[in-house]
Write a protein that binds this ligand. Structure first.
Ligand SMILES: Nc1ncnc2c1ncn2[C@@H]1O[C@H](COP(=O)(O)OP(=O)(O)OP(=O)(O)O)[C@@H](O)[C@H]1O
Ligand SMILES: C[C@@](O)(CCO)CC(=O)[O-]
Length: 842
């Protein structure tokens, strides 16, 4: 199954003999078909071996397949699909999961998984799939290609195993917008016509808020491209959820009480998807209930549950589902007219990891289906369009048009696609150094996904070695503030943190052969401290440690720490800088674990004050790991984060992982027991950060809180529980909408109160300090609330600067704090995480 990315069930060549006098529209193109289409003489497998075993070969070929064959395209095989088309994941336990060329550790999306992968891996020019609830749109978006779901009923589904007829469509995939359009014209039997300019493009904010990545990463590209081609005046914003709620009265039968105000869902769209799923279950049962009950097929996890749920479903609300369909189609027809476009995200985020638990996938599915149901229930046509990558994972946007406006939509994609691609490049360049936005990374991606197999990887390694010699890799990672929950987070309470726009920078370069240098050199530029070891010396000292595997982060054992300490002690670190020894040890562990024993030069500088609560140690570990992993096969952010955590352990003792996680991913997060939730901040937060300049050691402070917990377990459990509630409340406030100054002020007042409460509890933990109390007293004089941030014991203090606070007051507070000898800075919070770039040295 591994060859051809595991996309095919079976390969063969199928061509139609044609003596047509006209030029064939698809001549010279190859394609593949999902194993749900009948091909004369072949058993149609429906993704499941029990199905294949109990059905005989088809006696004719589905008209949709015949149509493309007759226009000169060559079919090269049938593709793997999800069992009975009852999944959007793309994992098939019987035939293997087709490998997603865009993200090999992620699912390819289903149910037309193999068809999408065959196109994405460039094994064919286009492919056919089917889409009932999302089975073309989802795999297209997960594999970074174009996917088209036509208006319901316009392409023949004869000779295609039905799933749920009210929603079943034949869809297709391509990498090229012109080919997508050409295939569409054949299937839709449409003549070639001039493109028509869209009358308006609606970008509903509520739908883009469902995205787990920053929504402007998607909307900016779209808006800029539309502005360039058609003018910005055609862009309209809207709230789709409200529009649907107000215009589809029957939907009330599917609205779940209490869901109206759910933060991450658009309640009326969730209701739409409930209606769709209900009717889908009903029709699936009519189609396959008897077969399932008799054969009791062996079905994969998640799919089995859904199939049996459908088979056992009762026929409630079926008429109401049909009314919802009719009302929604009328409402959207009024909204879009003949040439209006609705733009929404295809799915709420990047493809989930392979083998994610079905229960963990549920939140993703709820979000995905509420977006997918828009075209599903209205029967409108939809195209999913790739928009490059974010964090190395594919990003897509969808455009929908009125039922029957398929030709218009296909022309529009073709017109828009080149401009979109240029805009993606501009946006990615402007966002600077981001991990996945780099020439070398895109070259690596290309080489891995071009299907050249081992030849490609040989070339790739050789190329990489040469690149390595000429390259300087630079990385930077931000520091962080903790808004609520420090220390308690080590004891499994919730904390809320954000990145700040102060960074640690790492530069990594490897000597060329002609340099004849065999040393590993580390330069802390700010303190002008240099370390260097012959790599043979490091190898000899660490010979017992075993071989390195950069793709699986491991902890440094106490024995290895001792061995590393001998290497550190060979350099006499001045007494004033002795705390740097821990940073040097972490460096040696991370470097040797990821790069082995190779000579190199690493230079580190930082804008962050060390040991003051702004996570300088994490910024060091994260930027270092990003640089070290940049040239390896495994360059995922997740891996950077995991290795950085191992470095943190050396400096920190028992870290919770919050610091390295914020430094890696940026933004604002809620964090508990290693689990992170991204927060969508709905308020601009400005913080004054006061550095008391009292140096302290996070490791010692964390240990002191643990000791206090050991002495007073019950009392401290209550303290941690109270902190947990405070953090959760802070997260809710940050995310709740605020439309005017009054609402913002109310939110700020609440946050101030919670900060004061948190500070009180940090005092209970014993981590405040006289210098911190001085800052608190000073800011209180100006009615401003403050709390320590990070480990305490000195370090930094946060003061919330309310939006309506006058600049004069800010100046006065700062003047008074600086008069006490403190350093003040005003921080932008919630920016990007780690970033990386390559420079050529030659
Ligand atoms: N730029 C740097 N250069 C050298 N060493 C560094 C650098 N940044 C951090 N370190 C190492 O990290 C240590 C500081 O880590 P520590 O955890 O005590 O404080 P912090 O990370 O700044 O604060 P907190 O963990 O409370 O947010 C330093 O003593 C040093 O060993
Ligand atoms: C004090 C602490 O909670 C935050 C340090 O920035 C420690 C940790 O979470 O690892």
């Amino acid at each position: 199954m591994e060859s051809d990315n595991g996309a095919f069930m079976e390969k063969f060549i199928l061509e139609a003999s044609s003596s047509s006098p006209h030029e064939l529209a698809l001549k010279g193109l190859t394609f593949a078909v999902k194993d749900i289409f009948d091909l004369d003489g072949y058993v149609t497998g429906f993704g499941n071996p029990d199905w294949a075993r109990t059905h005989s070969a088809a006696t004719s070929t589905a008209p949709a397949v015949l149509a493309v064959l007759r226009e000169g395209a060559t079919c090269i095989g049938k593709t793997v699909m999800d069992e009975m088309a009852y999944s959007i994941n793309g994992e098939n336990k019987h035939y293997g999961t087709p490998k997603n060329p865009c993200a090999p550790d992620r699912v390819p999306g289903g149910s037309s998984s193999g068809s999408a992968v065959a196109v994405a891996a460039m094994l064919v020019d286009f492919s056919l799939g089917t889409d009932t609830g999302g089975s073309v749109r989802v795999p297209a978006s997960f594999c970074g290609i174009l996917g088209f779901r036509p208006s319901h009923g316009v392409v023949s589904t004869t000779g295609v195993i039905p799933m749920a007829q009210s929603f079943d469509t034949v869809g297709w995939f391509a990498r090229d917008a012109e080919i997508l359009n050409r295939v569409g014209r054949v299937l839709l039997q449409l003549p070639i016509v001039e493109p028509v300019k869209p009358s308006h493009i609606i970008i509903p904010e509520d739908c883009f808020q469902l995205l787990s990545i920053p929504s402007d990463r998607v909307t900016t590209v779209l808006v800029k491209s539309v502005e360039k081609l058609f003018g910005g005046h055609i862009i309209k914003s809207a709230n789709l959820g409200d529009y649907v709620k107000d215009n589809v009265p029957t939907l009330k039968h599917f609205m779940v009480k209490g869901h109206e105000n759910q933060e991450y869902n658009v309640a009326s769209l969730v209701a739409l998807s409930s209606a769709l799923r209900q009717l889908q279950r009903h029709e699936f049962k009519n189609n396959h209930g008897e077969w399932v009950s008799t054969v009791k097929p062996d079905l994969g996890p998640g799919i089995s549950e859904r199939v049996w749920e459908a088979v056992r479903s009762t026929d409630e609300n079926i008429d109401v589902c049909t009314s919802v369909k009719t009302e929604l189609r009328a409402a959207f027809t009024a909204l879009l007219g003949d040439f209006g476009i609705l733009a929404i995200p295809t799915t709420p985020g990047p493809p989930p990891k392979l083998q994610t638990e079905p229960t963990t996938l549920e939140t993703f599915r709820v979000g995905a289906f509420s977006l997918l149901a828009v075209a599903g229930v209205s029967g409108f046509c939809q195209v999913s369009i790739p928009l490059g990558t974010y964090d190395n994972l594919p990003v897509e946007v969808s455009m929908l048009a009125k039922h029957g406006s398929d030709g218009f939509l296909l022309n529009l994609v073709e017109t828009l696609y080149e401009t979109l691609k240029k805009q993606i490049e501009i946006t990615q360049e402007q966002s600077g150094l981001e991990l996945n936005k780099l020439p070398l990374f895109s070259r690596i991606m290309e080489l891995q996904s071009d299907g050249l197999g081992s030849e490609a990887s040989k070339m790739f390694n050789w190329e990489r070695e040469r690149e390595r010699e000429r390259m300087e890799v630079r990385a930077r990672a931000p520091g962080k503030i903790i808004l609520a929950g420090e220390h308690a987070v080590v004891h499994r309470s919730t904390a809320v943190a954000a990145s700040i726009d102060l960074y640690t920078y790492v530069s990594l370069s490897f000597p060329t052969h002609s340099d004849n240098d065999d040393k590993l050199k580390l330069h802390f530029k700010d303190m002008d401290l240099e370390f260097s070891w012959p790599v043979g010396r490091i190898k000899a000292a660490l010979s017992k440690v075993g071989s390195n595997d950069s793709s699986s982060p491991k902890s440094c054992s106490p024995e290895t720490i001792k061995l590393i300490a001998t290497l550190v002690e060979e350099h006499n670190i001045p007494e004033a800088n002795i705390t740097l020894a821990a940073g040097v040890s972490a460096f040696l562990w991370l470097y040797t674990s990821i790069q082995g024993y190779k000579p190199a030069k690493v230079v580190i500088t930082s804008e962050l004050p060390l040991s003051s609560g702004l996570a300088s140690s994490s910024a060091l570990c994260v930027s270092l790991c990003a640089a070290l992993l940049a040239l390896s096969d495994s360059n995922e952010l997740d891996l950077v984060n995991k290795w950085a955590f191992e470095g943190e352990k050396i400096i920190h003792g028992k870290p919770s992982g919050i610091d390295n996680t914020v430094s890696t991913y940026g933004n604002m997060i809620k964090f508990r027991s290693g689990e992170l939730t991204r927060l969508r901040s709905n308020m601009p937060l400005k913080m004054l950060i006061t550095n008391t300049k009292i140096g302290r050691n996070t490791k010692a402070l964390v240990a002191s809180v643990s000791e206090r917990t050991f002495r007073h377990p019950i009392a401290m459990a209550s303290v941690f529980k109270a902190v947990d509630s405070i953090s959760n409340e802070v997260a809710t406030i940050i995310q709740s909408p605020a439309h005017d100054d009054i609402a913002i002020t109310e939110k700020e007042d609440k946050l101030e109160e919670l900060m004061e409460m948190n500070q009180g509890l940090l005092q209970c933990m014993g981590v405040s300090h006289a210098s911190i109390e001085t800052v608190l007293r000073t800011t209180l004089k100006f009615k401003l609330a403050s709390k320590l941030t990070g480990a305490g014991g000195g370090g930094c203090v946060l003061t919330l600067l309310p939006t309506l606070l006058s600049g004069t007051v800010v100046d006065k507070v700062i003047a008074e704090l600086e008069a006490c000898g403190f350093q003040c800075l005003i921080a932008g919070i919630g920016g990007k995480g780690v970033q990386i770039c390559f420079d050529s040295l030659s």
